[in-house]
Write a protein that binds this ligand. Structure first.
Ligand SMILES: [Zn+2]
Ligand SMILES: [Zn+2]
Length: 422
């Protein structure tokens, strides 16, 4: 059957139904949806019923009572539940700042069944799911009243009219901020690290903070952002991480901060960055804070292994080290391929693998007879403390193996994270 003919037949059958049964505007719109794609179905339903009501007769009576909320399809449940739910939705949304929105609806199964039955028994071709009709209505009402744009892909807020449970649910999508962080002091973990003794409840061991380390990059940045965005929580995502006792200097490490359930979404980021840097002074500094897409998180994580790093290590050599030995060390490590088994110190958390990483360049500077500073440029993922100590032969070659002496990394700083993409 050609499409237009099928639609005409569907309308006729619907009007036939209306001679015998009342239908509410939402169910009418849902059944007639594709008759006119230029208007939302719920408006179409209203319009068709209003025309029939005006025309009078037996059908006009049924249409009038449908307009007042009687419905043989949904049992009147949809028109009777909607006003309160829509008002709850608008009330709930008013607590949030948002520019984009998407509505949704959940209906009791018996309403879907009733629709299926009417469609099938009458042979109606123009129908859409009543869920779609009501989602669209939520979109129309919210965009008209608040001015929000409808974004089905990644809206700021999703509002669900749940007619089955008689409630409204609002999903608040996170705000993502990107930037680079510097860690200016040692003893700061990247993420919040719950105290292993108390699991975060607070105990003597952690000084009642609940955390293993008093400070984390995540909390030093996140707490300030949480206040500014009036959010509930936050998570840091970064391109790799430095050891707790290593500083992160130079140009900093790229990160994304996920701000969870924010009430505000438009914050002056220059001001926020200044405030973070003021409150985290001498511990953490942030540069280049900006709004970001969530896809950047994957880019950061996937890019991390292929990222080059520049480290500064303070190395102590048992029995001292000569200038000639330092020269030899630079020459042998430059361009060297390092075979590294997972360090003993992280074996409990990571599986034992053999990694092959490159060192691109090494420069050294003597501090005293047995101490020197070493600047190393190498592949991300190379454990530099073990590059120094050799980790009992698990990292080869190493500073220790080249010198033939015991060597130990006393301090470690990341000077640069050279990301190809972020
Ligand atoms: Zn209905
Ligand atoms: Zn504790």
């Amino acid at each position: 059957m050609p499409r237009l003919a099928a639609e005409k037949r569907s309308l006729e059958r619907f009007l036939g139904l209306l001679l015998e049964r009342e239908v509410c505007p939402y169910c009418a719109g849902s059944l007639l949806s594709s008759l006119d794609r230029r208007v939302s179905s719920w408006i179409l339903g209203h319009a068709v019923l209003a025309l029939e009501a005006e025309a009078g007769g037996e059908r006009g009576k049924k249409a009038s009572s449908g307009l007042r909320g009687s419905c043989s399809v949904c049992g009147g449940e949809v028109p009777s539940a909607l006003p309160e739910l829509v008002s709850d939705l608008l009330q709930g949304l008013s607590e949030y700042e948002f520019e984009t929105f998407k509505g949704g609806a959940v209906l009791p199964p018996h309403v879907h069944e009733a629709h299926d039955e009417v469609r099938a028994s009458l042979g109606i071709w123009t129908a859409e799911s009543p869920k779609v009709t009501l989602s669209r209505m939520a979109d129309d009402v919210v965009s008209t009243i608040t001015g929000a744009r409808i974004d089905p892909v990644r809206p700021d807020l999703v509002g669900l009219l749940d007619l089955w449970r008689g409630e409204v649910r609002i999903t608040v999508n996170p705000v993502y901020l990107a930037g680079r962080y510097l860690k200016l002091a040692r003893g700061i973990s990247q993420a919040r690290w719950l105290c292993p003794s108390c699991g975060g409840r607070g105990c003597e061991e952690c000084g009642w903070t609940g955390y293993r380390y008093a400070d984390s990059v995540e909390a030093l940045i996140g707490e300030v952002a949480k206040r500014a965005f009036q959010a509930e929580d936050y998570h840091i995502h970064a391109a790799g991480r430095e050891d707790v006792d290593a500083r992160m200097l130079g140009t900093g490490r790229p990160f994304v901060l996920e701000v969870v359930r924010p009430r505000k979404r438009r914050v002056d980021l220059a001001e926020l960055q200044e405030e973070i840097n003021r409150s985290a002074e001498e511990k953490v500094a942030v540069v280049g804070l900006r709004y970001a897409e969530p896809s950047l998180i994957r880019t950061l994580k996937e890019g991390a292994p292929e990222t080059r790093k520049v480290y500064r290590a303070l190395v102590e050599v048992e029995g001292g080290v000569t200038d000639d030995e330092l020269k030899r060390l630079e020459a042998e490590l430059e361009g060297a391929t390092i075979d590294q088994r997972t360090p003993t110190r992280v074996l409990r958390r990571r599986s034992d693998l053999l990694r092959r990483k490159r060192v691109y360049g090494v420069t050294t500077r003597r501090i005293d007879d047995r101490t020197f500073e070493m600047i190393v440029e190498c592949d991300g993922g190379l454990y530099v403390k073990e590059l120094v100590s050799g980790d009992e032969g698990r990292t080869r070659p190493s500073v220790a193996s080249i010198l033939g002496k015991k060597a130990f990394c006393r301090e470690l700083d990341v000077m640069a994270v050279l990301t190809p993409r972020a």
